[in-house]
Design a protein around this ligand. Sequence first.
Ligand SMILES: Cc1cc2nc3c(=O)[nH]c(=O)nc-3n(C[C@H](O)[C@H](O)[C@H](O)COP(=O)(O)OP(=O)(O)OC[C@H]3O[C@@H](n4cnc5c(N)ncnc54)[C@H](O)[C@@H]3O)c2cc1C
Length: 558
Amino acid sequence: MTGPVTALQAKTHPVWEAAADLVVIGSGVAGLTAALRAQELGLHVLVVTKGAVSDGNTRWAQGGIAVVLEGEHEQGDSVGKHAEDTLTAGAGLCDDDAVRSIIAGGPAAVARLRAAGARFDPAAAGRTELARTREGGHSAFRVIHAGGDATGAEVERTLVAKAGDRRIPVLEHHIAVDAIRTPAGEVVGVTVLDHDGVPGVVRAPAVLLASGGLGQLYHATSNPEIATGDGLALALRAGAQVADVEFVQFHPTVLFTPGARGRLPLVTEAVRGEGATLHDATGASVMRGVHPLGDLAPRDVVSAAITRRMAQAPGGIDDHVLLDATGISGFAKRFPTVHAACAVLGIDPAKDPIPVTPAAHFACGGVVTTVDGRSGVLGLYAAGEVARTGLHGANRLASNSLLEGLVAGRRVAEAVAADLATGQLGDPRRGVLASRATVPVADRDALQRAMSRYAAIGRDAEGLSVVGSVLDLSMVESPLWTPRIVEDAALTLVAEALVAAAARRTESRGCHVRTDFPERDDSFPERDDSAWQRGQLIRLSPSGQPVLADPIALEVVA
Ligand SMILES: Cc1cc2nc3c(=O)[nH]c(=O)nc-3n(C[C@H](O)[C@H](O)[C@H](O)COP(=O)(O)OP(=O)(O)OC[C@H]3O[C@@H](n4cnc5c(N)ncnc54)[C@H](O)[C@@H]3O)c2cc1C
């Protein structure tokens, strides 16, 4: 076992090298859960994060954690029903075993988090039973929450505090760039850059990507600045495969703010769970007749319905619809975060309808892994939003992702410990630094505009090819020598992968809505099962281009 580096040691050397058993990229729910468990198992862990410790998506999560707790659930609800709802939302693309395994791990994961000090909202003052709400696609009230609509902040607070108590070293403001690999291809560390582009190296036989999502591919997103898809790009460059990247979930309701770009405040789905309804400017219901669950239909259905309604508005395209929450009593107390964001715009949800619009929210796909985070590349692991375990399929069920981070974060640490114990991981001393070759980097603004216009909800072949052309025209070759270029290169590569997968999937399914192929296509005459009921695997070609595997020959090799 090697010793961990401290942030101080790293900072005092302009070019430095450190070692650990496990380097965790990211300090959100998945990364910190994994780091804590790995340390319990006796591993020397180093967490590297490109922002401050709590700058990930996790702290922004509002609605809650979907979980069916033992002896504390709606009558008739069960872990099995939660799994069924997950499979339904996933539109035929979930991995059944992964769904059942991860959902079954939820109750114990939440119990551990509560034991670590997380406080969830009680059903009533002084009672231990937790309050439960319902969100889109759930057939029961099973979403627990904290601070009203500040669940992620409580999860992050708990994990950061525990990591601090345990003195887990966290190297903040350092961005992971590329994997270090042995000549045999095993991953045995990462290169990193600090704010000023000063390079460092962390050698470790195991590297965990817990780097979150990719919402910054689009102009309007609920995701913070860090969500630039870095982990996917790093994994692809390290030889791993990604899948389901065409399925980006758009949250149906972020707060519409005229002229705003980047992260927009979320209006949690739980607001509709408590009775709010969507209307257009004429007062007509958006969801009536669209889905049996009405305003609580799965997110892809609601987002697509809002997008269609906006496009049908008199005079061309409208940019928002209205969410009427005036019937919810005590709105400010139940949804303090949403209330505060509305107040900034002079909106009082108790009296005024809330203007809302869909925005990029969650990456359903990612690095292909097993349910315990092993990718197809020895020494490289992934957990949380960056991973594709098969839990989410073509559309994530609301509030399943914090749960996945908690369950997969713990399991991946156990997988690393087991792999270290059997001696199957690579030797970090044999790691060779990737030569500073150049990679294609597109202009971020041009990329975001093209992705939002042509590769959001409602794509077609022509629009997707326009994105390809915009990327080609704005791309330059550059070494990865500043944090900004690392992020822009990741956005470029992930956009290329997403566009390739979206262009080939000539059907609509889950979050992937093709206007030129509006129906889901489950037919496939030459085989028992549909070609489209499978994830599309992507890897990098030797020349660095993302290439799709033949859908007929798909085998998930993790
Ligand atoms: C507004 C909002 C509301 C949400 N509400 C809910 C909800 O109610 N329930 C639910 O289950 N889910 C919700 N989600 C989704 C959920 O929050 C995320 O999927 C989950 O928190 C992801 O956790 P993670 O650990 O995978 O990544 P994150 O929490 O995003 O953490 C990623 C980490 O990786 C770091 N990082 C990224 N790239 C690099 C790099 N190259 N080098 C070093 N560090 C890097 C980041 O700095 C960060 O520390 C919501 C998301 C948003 C944005």
